[in-house]
Structure formats: structure tokens, C-alpha cells
Design a binder for this molecule. Structure first.
Ligand code: NAD
Ligand code: TYD
Length: 352
């Protein structure tokens, strides 16, 4: 079958990438989905078992830092569009090893842009480079206000600085070489298949293990939480109907202080595990704050809502409950990703 589009999705074995790949493979049999992933600690083919045999799906084990390989993939597969999600994505790791973030998030993105530009040069307008980014590029909010698409960039962690830089390169390739691009900047995602270095799966895992729940600082930092499938539905509408050259902010309008979120997780866990109310909360432990910890993120996604008629479908208490139930039902997946390397990371990060 000839496919209408041959879409390169990078980072498709990670958390958001695997949900994006699954959704596109199932919904668009007329497209070929080529998933390029380096399978770092965060990449896991078990996230995609249910689509791995699909006729319109192909996995490629490769690194976006590898310039020659990227060119070869564009040529061999006749890539028509890119949805770029591959990245080093965890702020704490960026504090320990900023160079890894520079290499993957900046250099890797520029490699992809170069390949796209040279492979699509005959007709740049027919192709799309869609870059998936984060609200963290805007920095940190005080008590008031929301991040809008025209909020100035003010990244404050090595992670957000590397993502901000990659966003700038994507826009520079549009401005300088005429590449057709779209960018979306999304708030904190949660849901199935998230690696348990991030707050929500870490707390679920630790409650199951009877381990302490580390809260950085005083727990009053605020994040705007979005269920991962709602992020994917935003990626879908932006990819298909968003205006070329535009940026869209994506958010759940679900601001929670970290401690409020952890209380919610504890209470749901007590209930579903049949424990006495208040049991899990006893595991909460305040620990030293993350250096440079951003106080508050909150997104204004009214542009996306008005222009493309997108809305999140699942709000926090239900989404959190669904996520908890998924982790409990998928104990094998969680066991698989919390072996040696994870334990070593955990020890280094939390026990110094
Ligand atoms: P993740 O860490 O779960 O997955 C990243 C994936 O990229 C992994 O499969 C990993 O193997 C792959 N990868 C890493 N380096 C690579 C390389 N050099 N070459 C090829 N593949 C490589 O991340 P995620 O949470 O799914 O985030 C995906 C994207 O969405 C990232 O660009 C991130 O910045 C962005 N984002 C994430 C969130 C969030 O809350 N998680 C919010 C907004 C935006
Ligand atoms: P995280 O899931 O790492 O996402 P991000 O840093 O990209 O927002 O963290 C979410 C919030 O939870 C953030 O304010 C840091 C805090 N946090 C803790 O308090 N303890 C932890 O062990 C972790 C991983 C995060």
C-alpha cells in the first residue's frame, strides 16, 4: 500500500511518544508511522506491544545525534513529515548532566532540521516539521498570570534552556530556509507508561513499596497537569489543522500544588489498596529543594481551544485515579523499569 504520508515520530518509545505513535498508527492506516528512538533509559518498546505488528508501523533503533543515520532514514523511508518528541526530559537529570541535554535536545534537533531541509528542498511547503516542546521554556510564574504563546522565553533549568534553544532553532529554520514548522508548548503530562522518575509514577511506586515520598522544598510549587491522551489529541489537531509557522500552548487548566497532588495520590492509593485512610500520607517526607526549582507553571491554551476547537477531556481527580489503576494493573511494566539502573539513579538522586 502506498501511504499518504510517511511520518517520522522521534522518541516514540518514550512516555508521550508511545501514546502519540499508538494513536496515529490506529487512527491513520493511510499513514506510515516510522518511530525513531535511541532506547535510552526512558525508551521502552514494551510501551508499544499492542501496535508493534501493525502494517503501517516501523520501529528504527537510532540516535538523533547521529547526523548520517538521520539523513539515511529520510532517504530510505521517504519521510514526508516529522513529529519530534525525542529528548532528554527530566529536570533533575539535567542538573546532574547538562551536557547530555545540550547534545540530544539541541544538537539532535538541529540534525533533524538539517536533514528535513535538505531532503525536502524541492518543495518545502508540502512537508511539515512539528516540534513538541514544553511550557518550561517560559520560566516560572508568580502567583498571578498564565503563559501565553507570546510570553518571553526565560528558561531557568538546563532542561528548559535546552528545549528553549531547540524551539529557537526550529523557528530559525522556518525564517531562514522556509521550512514549514509548527511548535506546541505543553504543561506537565501524566498517565500510563510515564517513567517513575517523574513525580506521579514515583509516588505511586513508592507507596506500593512502602517507601518515603520525597517532596522538594515546602511542596507549594504549582504545576498544571494534563492527561497524556489529551496532549496527543492536541498534537493530532495541531498537526492536521494548525496553521503553519504557529505556536500553540497546550494545558490542562488543572493547577495543583505538589503537596495537594501527593495528598490526592495518597488518598486514592489508600482507597484502591484497601488501606486505612491516612496510611500513605504518613510516607510523605520533605527533602532538600531542587536547585533553582521553578515555582509555578500555568498555561493559557485559549488559542488552541478557539482556533482548533480542542479541549482536555479528562480532568485531574478522574485522570489521576485512572493513572493509579493503570499502574496497579501493570505491575510487570513497573517492575521492568525499576530494576538496577533505576535503583542506582534513585539512590544517587535521593540518598546522595
Ligand atoms: P521521555 O523521557 O519519556 O521519552 C523520551 C524518548 O526519547 C525516550 O523514548 C528516549 O529513548 C528517546 N530519546 C532520548 N534521547 C534520544 C536520542 N538522542 N535519539 C533518539 N531518541 C532519544 O519524555 P516524554 O515525557 O515522553 O517527553 C516527550 C517530549 O515531550 C519531549 O520533547 C519533552 O520535552 C516534551 N514534553 C514533555 C512533557 C512532560 O510532562 N513529560 C511536557 C511537555 C513537553
Ligand atoms: P517532575 O515530575 O519532575 O516534573 P517537572 O519538574 O518537569 O515539573 O516534578 C513535578 C513537580 O514535583 C516539580 O515541582 C518537582 C516536584 N518533585 C518533588 O517534589 N519530588 C520528586 O521526587 C520529584 C521527582 C518532583
Amino acid at each position: 500500500m502506498t501511504h499518504l504520508k510517511r511520518i517520522l515520530i522521534t522518541g516514540g518509545a518514550g512516555f508521550i511518544g508511545s501514546h502519540t505513535v499508538r494513536s496515529f498508527v490506529r487512527k491513520y492506516p493511510q499513514y506510515k508511522i516510522i518511530n525513531l528512538d535511541a532506547l535510552t533509559y526512558a525508551g521502552n518498546l514494551a510501551n508499544l506491544r499492542d501496535v508493534e505488528d501493525a502494517e503501517n508501523y516501523q520501529f528504527i533503533h537510532g540516535d538523533i545525534k547521529d547526523e548520517d543515520r538521520i539523513k539515511e532514514i529520510f532517504e530510505n523511508y521517504g519521510i514526508t513529515d516529522v513529529i519530534h518528541l525525542a529528548a532528554e526530559s527530566h529536570v533533575d537529570r539535567s542538573i546532574t548532566d547538562p551536557l547530555a541535554f545540550l547534545k540530544t535536545n539541541i544538537l539532535g534537533t538541529v540534525n533533524l532540521l538539517q536533514a528535513a531541509r535538505s531532503f525536502w528542498k524541492e518543495d518545502l511547503k508540502r512537508h511539515l516539521f512539528y516540534h513538541v516542546s514544553t511550557d518550561e521554556v517560559y520560566g516560572s510564574l508568580g502567583e498571578e498570570g498564565l503563559f501565553k504563546e507570546d510570553t518571553s522565553y526565560d528558561p531557568k533549568s538546563p532542561y528548559s534552556a535546552s528545549k528553549a534553544s531547540s524551539d529557537h532553532f526550529v523557528r530559525a529554520y522556518a525564517n531562514t530556509y522556509g521550512l514549514s514548522i509548527k511548535i506546541s508548548n505543553c504543561s506537565n503530562n501524566y498517565g500510563p507508561y510515564q517513567f517513575p522518575e517523574k513525580l506521579i509514577p514515583l509516588v505511586i511506586n513508592n507507596i506500593q513499596q512502602g517507601q518515603s515520598l520525597p517532596i522538594y522544598g515546602d511542596g507549594t510549587n504549582i504545576r498544571d497537569w494534563l492527561y497524556v491522551e489529551d496532549h496527543v489529541s492536541a498534537i493530532d489537531v495541531i498537526f492536521h489543522r494548525g496553521n503553519v509557522g504557529e505556536t500553540y500552548n497546550v494545558g490542562g487548566n488543572q493547577e495543583l500544588q505538589n503537596i495537594e497532588l501527593v495528598y490526592l495520590l495518597c488518598d486514592i492509593m489508600d482507597e484502591v489498596l484497601g488501606q486505612l485512610a491516612g496510611t500513605a500520607r504518613k510516607l510523605i517526607t520533605y527533602v532538600e529543594d531542587r536547585p533553582g526549582h521553578d515555582k509555578r507553571y500555568a498555561i493559557d491554551s485559549s488559542k488552541l481551544e478557539k482556533e482548533l476547537n480542542w479541549k482536555p477531556s479528562l480532568l485531574a481527580p478522574e485522570g489521576i485515579r485512572r493513572t493509579v489503576l493503570w499502574y496497579l494493573d501493570n505491575a510487570q511494566w513497573l517492575e521492568g523499569v525499576t530494576t538496577g539502573a533505576y535503583r542506582q539513579y534513585y539512590k544517587q538522586q535521593y540518598q546522595g
